[in-house]
Design a protein around this ligand. Structure first.
Ligand code: ATP
Length: 475
């Protein structure tokens, strides 16, 4: 049933132009996706709203747009060269590779009610797979006879770095090797001093950034949930160490509220306090915001207290001072700590799609409808203008109405097909309001406004149209 819903969402995305398989005319490229006209707009709406809320509406935040390729020393200092690894096993016959932790987790899902062996000991309590060492994983796989999905023996687990490497210049010697950034955050840290020196911001303040990140994920999948390239919206909020808990809580509340604001089904949103032994190498506390996707409950966003790990490391590796001078006491210098809300744009969009997707019966009609109940400010189009027919001057009149609306709202003009079919299409792409121009419009100067969710229709004089739209569509 849940898988079914996922397939329906994927198919709607293709059919209506939200998401297409990447490089499709060449047979595609596994796990790459292209965002079509509606998907590109939805993604932009997510990013615009985030930027507006965290940068433009606050005095304690500024933006940044850093480069994707950075000096490789950045990734040595950040710990990504030595620590950004996933454990990998290989099917010794087919040579297909799998994440060792995922193989074990799947095995536990199927056999979790039975006791199992670890280090020769019978284990009954819940196992924290993410906290297992390579040796433990190796033993666990061997002791419990775990095989590949093709039922073949698996190799010893090995660490596999997730960063994509590439070369600058014509030769491919190691001196020219650079990494495609695996997170946007480091550009914020390396520019900390530049921002302090050029803006008027003082701790506590934050730097926000939106941009692409790249990870050579071994087991990508589940549509756009886990891909090799994706977009992140990240904030580093610089604070004093004392009182970090309160700042953490403020961002936790902010994320919770924003989830609601963008129309996520809040019954599907939950929080997981990541256990100490599973924390990333830089984090002292992390909360994962999880979403109950049709394929299971998974991480949507992360919120981490990164201490002053990154600024300290960059100061040590680069020799540049990363201290902040307290303006009230210029003798006091310190390296600020950070709270990091880290959000994936693609996962956010997937959660919005899963929240919005509804199948409904329509009273008096044999066929039901699919409707995407997007929050009005997220919907790719907010309004559709539909002349009842092309003839009798209705198209021209509708064009006048469209020209009135287009400067104010994202609007679409659609003349082709029966009005019923056009309503269904607008329901499927989640347009909150449809405006129909009919023969009466030519007489009385009013149009029909149809509400996507209730399907109720009311007559509105054209001169009042913008006010009625504002009432329905304002955020
Ligand atoms: P996961 O455990 O699912 O691999 P992560 O903990 O490694 O995720 P972070 O490093 O915290 O993820 O990255 C921050 C956010 O970036 C995630 O919460 C998610 O929204 C997004 N993200 C991370 N990896 C991917 C990916 N491969 N594809 C799409 N989005 C991703």
């Amino acid at each position: 049933m849940a898988e079914d819903i996922m397939q329906k969402i994927v198919s709607l995305c293709k059919r209506r132009g939200f998401v297409f398989p990447g490089s499709e005319i060449y047979g595609g490229l596994a796990n790459s996706w292209d965002y079509g006209p509606l998907g590109a707009q939805l993604k932009k709406n997510i990013k615009d709203d985030w930027w507006k809320q965290v940068v433009e509406s606050r005095d304690d935040m500024v933006g940044l747009d850093g480069a994707i390729l950075m000096n490789p020393k950045v990734w040595e200092a950040s710990g990504h060269v030595s620590n950004f690894n996933d454990p990998l096993v290989e099917d010794i016959v087919t040579h297909k590779r799998y994440r060792a932790d995922h193989v074990i987790e799947e095995w536990l899902e199927q056999n979790g009610d039975k006791p199992f062996y670890l280090d020769g000991q019978l284990v009954v309590e819940k196992l924290s797979v993410e906290a297992m060492s390579l040796e433990q994983m190796s033993k666990f796989i061997a002791d419990n006879g775990i095989t590949s999905p093709d039922k073949n023996e698996l190799s010893e687990p090995k660490q596999f770095n997730l960063m994509f490497a590439t070369h600058i210049g014509p030769t491919s010697d190691s001196g020219n090797e650079v990494y495609m950034r695996p997170e946007t955050a480091q550009a914020i840290f390396v520019n900390f001093k530049n921002v302090i020196n050029t803006s008027r911001k003082r701790v506590p303040f934050g730097i926000a950034q939106i941009g692409k990140a790249f990870r050579n994920e071994i087991t990508p999948g589940n549509f756009t949930f886990r891909t090799l390239e994706f977009e992140q919206m990240e904030i580093e909020y610089f604070i004093e160490e004392n009182g970090w808990e309160a700042e953490f809580e403020k961002w936790e509340n902010w994320m919770q509220n924003w989830a609601q604001r963008i129309g996520l089904d809040m019954e599907k949103v939950s929080k997981l306090n990541v256990p100490k032994e599973e924390l990333a190498h830089y984090s002292k506390k992390t909360i994962d915001f999880e979403f109950d996707f049709p394929f299971g409950k998974k991480e949507l966003w992360g919120l981490a207290y990164r201490t002053n790990f990154d600024l300290t490391n960059h100061m040590n590796h680069s020799g540049e001072k990363m201290e902040f001078t307290d303006p009230m006491d210029t003798k006091r210098k310190y390296i600020p700590h950070v709270i990091e809300p880290s959000l994936g744009v693609d996962r956010t969009m997937l959660a919005i799609l899963a929240s919005a997707y509804c199948e409904e019966e329509v009273p008096g009609e044999s066929e039901g409808r699919i409707v995407m109940k997007f929050a009005p400010h997220m919907a790719p189009y907010q309004v559709a203008v539909l002349p009842l027919m092309k003839k009798d001057g209705l198209e021209e009149k509708a064009q006048e109405v469209f020209d009135l609306i287009l400067p104010h709202y994202r609007a679409e003009f659609d003349v082709s097909g029966s009005i019923g079919k056009r309503y269904r299409r607008q329901d499927e792409i989640g347009t909150p309001l449809c405006i129909t121009v009919d023969h009466d419009t030519l007489q009385d100067g009013s149009v029909t406004v149809r509400d996507r969710d209730t399907m109720e229709q009311k007559r509105v004089p054209i001169e009042q149209l913008l006010c009625v739209l504002a009432e329905h569509l304002s955020t």
